[in-house]
Design a protein around this ligand. Structure first.
Ligand SMILES: C[S@@+](CC[C@H](N)C(=O)[O-])C[C@H]1O[C@@H](n2cnc3c(N)ncnc32)[C@H](O)[C@@H]1O
Length: 658
């Protein structure tokens, strides 16, 4: 009998070389074997996969077609062929072949996932979502599927019941590195209203039986795992939630010594306390509440040495002030029920305090605006975040840049072997850690004015095992002293808070290597028109920046239905103290237009390479399909005129020295 397939150990050797990314060696061996077994399905298929890696797509395509002809039921062959069609832009052919795979094997989850990607590219987001859900229902451990799901959830509004989606939301909110909870918060809220009985629960608060029905309400909320997790990962950007949480908090405080079913209250209070901590206690409080809180505080103070700890008392207090702010907190020996809150509100805080002592400074701060900005972020480090969307794996700098599709010939750029990256104004680390996860062999120099922000960043970097960031304190105006040049400089949301952004930008430009790339994020005058108006009102009314004033001002905005202020309520920043301060009470804010940015770049000898934000780019491409338009600032000016709020997430763009 003629043997069609080579021995198993030969196949294994090729696969071993392939997995080690030794593609040329794998190719060499396969080529030798194929001569002996020209009709081997396995070898032809492997050869196709190797050629795919080597970007020889036509070659690979023909090999997969051969494989399918040899065995029309070989689903890997169809799958690989579909991938090639996808890569060369023949999406209809790709769809046909993925569908064939699914006909042959209903459990082939990667085929559903890749179909989801094609629908996503075609802006058929609802269909893409369906396919990602199919993927994850087959393989709930497929991390890429979760990344894709999180991606699509940021581009459309969930408006129908879906019996699967909440379990995936829960997974996404429990995972530390797939997605920023804020990015999917609107859809999580929709998922809670559409697929759970949250609305009925909240309506019990407006019922005449309130507060007698408190047990029933807490019982209902406690069963809602997604809600509790959501409360623990980001300030929930919705006033309806806020109003109800304020009422519940007040009522639990009222009944704190008469609560039956202690366990459900403990569990719920851990989540409510986390929510209040994350929003930095932005909820309004009555004098009566303050009085009661003070009384409980006194009671605990008197009892703490007797070790008679009432967890409910401690938890309700931690819904009004962080545990570390009470002088007795160091004496707590936390029980299991208190552990989570104790770590969040006491241990993390102390860890950060230790870090502030160890962070090195690059210079003294002399600029008067920098001093004021520093003070603001020392008092309110911003943004406070829990989870992030990190890259699945770090990649070579050229691959990363190629994906952003910048107007630059990446082959001609000589990046250093160890890519040196400066994050100027890294704040609480979200940006620096995300960047660190993208690039292979990268060393990150992360600078900020605020020790407290840096300490938060350092703690989070440690928690996420991100080891290639060095944090420094100082003014970016002093970067000259560091005497270092960088391959990449990123500064997002920083320059517009300086006395003269152009001087700051020039300082950064001087730190860029000859071929280096720079990512800048600046406020848009058009997108922030509404915010500028509120800021004007705050200035005219001479409202001082105190926590109390911030809380009262928010209350006014919610209660007086001024249509001019409506959009502010949709900003996630409006739901935390540091967020409101950054959004409306910042001591220094400049806003830009595209034309002004163009002029500044000209002055600095920089060229525009393209915008970064995928949402903005997708919207732009729907209107302008010529690739060159992407790099034409006149077209962008026209686009922004038609879509004045499009840059509400800032102008984020890349540039380089001419
Ligand atoms: C709005 S936060 C943005 C933080 C971070 N880039 C992000 O996207 O999460 C602005 C940060 O810029 C920092 N900053 C402002 N002016 C600076 C300066 N002159 N030098 C260094 N950092 C500065 C502030 O301390 C603050 O942490």
């Amino acid at each position: 009998m003629i043997k069609h397939e080579p021995d198993k150990d030969v196949i294994e050797k090729i696969i071993f070389l392939f997995n080690k990314k030794k593609y040329l060696e794998a190719l060499d061996l396969s080529d030798k074997i194929i001569n002996k077994y020209p009709n081997s399905i396995l070898i032809n298929n492997i050869l196709g996969v190797i050629h795919t890696e080597l970007k020889n797509y036509t070659f690979a395509k023909n090999l997969f077609i051969k494989v399918i002809n040899l065995n029309p039921k070989y689903n890997d062959g169809y799958y690989n062929l579909a991938n090639i069609y996808n890569k060369i832009g023949e999406e209809d052919n790709a769809i046909k072949n993925y569908e064939r795979v699914i006909e042959l094997d209903k459990g082939y989850y990667k085929a559903y996932n890749n179909l989801g990607n094609i629908f996503r590219k075609r802006n058929l987001n609802k269909k893409a979502l369906e396919y990602y859900i199919l993927t994850l229902n087959i393989n709930p451990n497929y991390i890429r599927g979760f990344y894709n799901l999180a991606g699509v959830l940021q581009h459309f509004i969930l408006d129908e019941k879906n019996k699967y989606i909440n379990k995936f939301f829960l997974y996404l909110l429990e995972n530390r590195t797939i997605v920023r909870p804020n990015a999917i918060a609107t859809n999580v809220i929709n998922g809670l209203f559409l697929n759970t009985n949250l609305k009925d629960n909240f309506s019990l608060i407006e019922n005449i039986n309130f507060p007698k029905n408190l047990n029933k309400i807490i019982e209902g909320l406690n069963e809602n795992k997604l809600l509790l997790q959501f409360m623990k990962v980001c300030p929930i950007p919705n006033y309806y939630f806020e109003k109800n949480f304020i009422k519940i908090r007040n009522e639990i405080l009222n009944q704190i010594y008469n609560l039956n079913f202690k366990k459900i209250y403990l569990n719920f209070l851990v989540a409510l306390s986390a929510q209040c901590f994350l929003n930095e206690y932005v909820y309004s409080e009555t004098n009566e509440e303050i009085f009661k809180v003070n009384k409980i505080n006194e009671r605990i103070k008197n009892n703490i040495n007797t070790k008679k700890i009432n967890e409910l008392e401690i938890l309700i207090l931690s819904c009004y002030s962080p545990l570390h702010s009470f002088d007795w907190s160091s004496k707590i020996d936390p029980s299991n029920e208190l552990k989570e809150t104790f770590i969040l509100q006491y241990e993390d805080y102390n860890e950060e305090k230790e870090y502030t002592k160890k962070i090195k400074s690059i210079s003294e701060i002399n600029d008067s605006i920098s001093i004021k900005v520093k003070n603001q972020y020392e008092e309110n480090p911003y943004p406070r975040w829990t989870n992030l969307g990190l890259s699945i794996e770090p990649r070579h700098i050229k691959e990363v840049i190629e994906d952003i599709n910048l107007n630059v010939d990446i082959k001609k750029i000589n990046f250093s072997k160890n890519v040196e990256i400066l994050i100027a104004g890294c704040g609480t680390g979200q940006h620096a850690i995300t960047t660190a996860s993208k690039y292979k062999n990268a060393e990150i120099f992360a600078l900020d004015l605020s020790f407290n922000s840096l300490a938060y960043a350092k703690r989070k970097a440690k928690e996420l095992k991100c080891e290639n960031i060095n944090f420094f304190q100082g003014d970016l105006l002093s970067l000259k002293k560091v005497n270092k040049k960088f391959d990449i400089i990123e500064s997002v949301g920083v320059l517009h808070h300086m006395a003269d952004p152009l001087i700051g930008w020039a300082t950064l430009t001087n730190c860029l290597k000859k071929d280096g790339l720079m990512l800048i994020g600046l406020y848009s005058e058009k997108a922030r028109g509404n915010i500028a108006n509120v800021r004007k009102t705050i200035n005219n009314l001479k409202i001082k920046t105190t926590k109390k004033n911030i809380i009262n001002f928010r209350k006014d905005i919610f209660e007086k239905n001024n249509p001019q202020w409506e959009t502010i309520k949709h900003s996630p920043d409006f739901y935390s103290t540091s967020g409101v301060r950054d959004l409306l009470f910042h001591i220094q804010e400049h806003r830009f237009t595209i034309d002004i940015i163009r002029k500044k770049m000209k002055k600095l000898g920089l060229v525009f390479l393209g915008f970064e934000d995928t949402y903005v780019l997708e919207r732009f491409k729907k209107n302008y399909d010529n690739n060159e338009d992407l790099y034409n600032l006149d077209t962008w000016i026209e686009f922004e005129k038609k879509n004045p709020r499009i840059f509400s997430g800032m102008y984020q763009f890349w540039c380089k020295k001419i």
